[in-house]
Design a protein around this ligand. Sequence first.
Ligand SMILES: C[S@@+](CC[C@H](N)C(=O)[O-])C[C@H]1O[C@@H](n2cnc3c(N)ncnc32)[C@H](O)[C@@H]1O
Length: 182
Amino acid sequence: MYGRERGALYGLAPLAIKPEVGELLYMLALARRPGTIVEFGASLGFSTIHLAAAARDLGEARVISTELESDKARLARQHLAEAGLDDLVDLREGDALDTLADVDEVDLLFLDGWNNLYVAVLELLEPRLSAGALVIADLSAGDPEQDSFRERMSDPAGGYATIEVPLDAGVVVSVRTAPAGA
Ligand SMILES: C[S@@+](CC[C@H](N)C(=O)[O-])C[C@H]1O[C@@H](n2cnc3c(N)ncnc32)[C@H](O)[C@@H]1O
């Protein structure tokens, strides 16, 4: 059981990244120095807090995140406020394919919603990736829905340099090598 079915079964469970994945996100964000960080799948805000902490420490970044479930979005906002990071995050409630449609530039994209939408969210935002943008995707153990994303990011002609980092079920880290707007 994956994606939406799993989400329905787990209700308000956070389904959050592991702490070591959060540390990786924080470090990669510090290294890339993004102006705009975009996250697909906030859940209760654990990964969002790591991204927003990097934005705060860089002093020049903002985070746009999105969450489908309104109860989860409410809790994520509460957790961001408790962490003192809510002013750095624009948390958009709804389907990422709608809520992220007007994002104009992306320097770091974190994909952590249901895996069957990784390619669709990437395709939505790809024209707005800056040169050298990072695309980071948290994988789910054995989920066949992530295969198309993996294949796409490892295609030598696809405009990315990609490695898979063996943390938790795997984290795909890609650097956009194609020019911005390609
Ligand atoms: C694995 S959880 C995210 C965990 C979170 N990134 C963290 O580490 O704390 C996936 C989340 O993506 C959300 N989601 C799934 N499909 C979505 C969509 N189309 N648009 C926005 N959010 C979506 C789910 O409701 C769920 O809360």
